[in-house]
Design a protein around this ligand. Structure first.
Ligand code: CA
Length: 219
């Protein structure tokens, strides 16, 4: 899953970047509202983590512009503990949830998982499909009830496919879930991870759709 992190504080931004990448998310980090607006129009993100007090353009304006463009990605706003009016305004402007600063990191991660879950049309916290289960909170995976170990990159390829059975994702779309701007992308990376996943999960779960990409069948 690919996230846009908008945070102007260097220390907080670095801390969040490390935390989110360690969880296996591809993360792009921008430090002001103008850059955030540009990034949101250039790239498809699965979630936006948005600080409100930003240089050049405030977060509330970025949020209103995003929703005016009918972009539907989940938005988690970060606000100060005493800023009740700002939280209400943010939620009414189209944010889906908020987190308080300073961050409780475990709570932040749980709220991100909850929003990603809802955005993929699920309520249940564990993916269970065709004998495979993935638990995003614990990073445990099983096949036919037996635990399997997936690398962070294999997980990053599998999760978006499993989140929407029947939906074809192109190689480029999967690369975008795997890498952020700064990463070097090798040309056959997605194929390599798909190959590894098929060895671990069986050949039938991830199907090639010729000329289009990959999908997990509905049943
Ligand atoms: Ca700020």
């Amino acid at each position: 899953m690919r996230l846009l992190l908008v945070e102007d504080d260097q220390m907080i931004g670095e801390q969040l970047l490390d935390l989110l990448r360690a969880e296996g998310y591809a993360v792009d980090w921008v430090r002001d509202g103008e850059q955030a607006d540009t990034a949101l129009q250039a790239q498809d993100y699965d979630l936006l983590l948005l600080d409100l007090g930003l240089p050049r353009r405030d977060g509330m304006s970025v949020l209103r512009a995003l929703r005016a463009r009918k972009q539907r990605l989940p938005v988690l706003i970060a606000t100060a503990r005493d800023a009740l009016a700002q939280r209400v305004e943010g939620l009414d402007a189209g944010a889906d949830d908020y987190v308080l600063k300073p961050f409780e990191l475990d709570e932040l991660l749980a709220r991100i998982r909850a929003l990603l879950r809802r955005a993929s049309g699920r309520a249940e916290p564990v993916y269970e499909h065709l004998g495979v289960s993935l638990n995003p909170a614990t990073h445990e995976a099983t096949v036919g009830g037996q635990p399997v170990t997936l690398s962070a990159r294999e997980w990053a390829v599998l999760e978006p496919l499993l989140a929407r059975p029947g939906l074809v994702l192109s190689r480029q779309q999967l690369e975008e879930k795997l890498y952020s701007w700064k990463d070097e992308v090798t040309s056959n990376a997605v194929e390599v991870y798909i190959h590894g996943l098929r060895k671990k999960l069986g050949p039938g779960l991830i199907q090639n759709v010729r000329g289009l990409g990959y999908m997990v069948p509905k049943q």
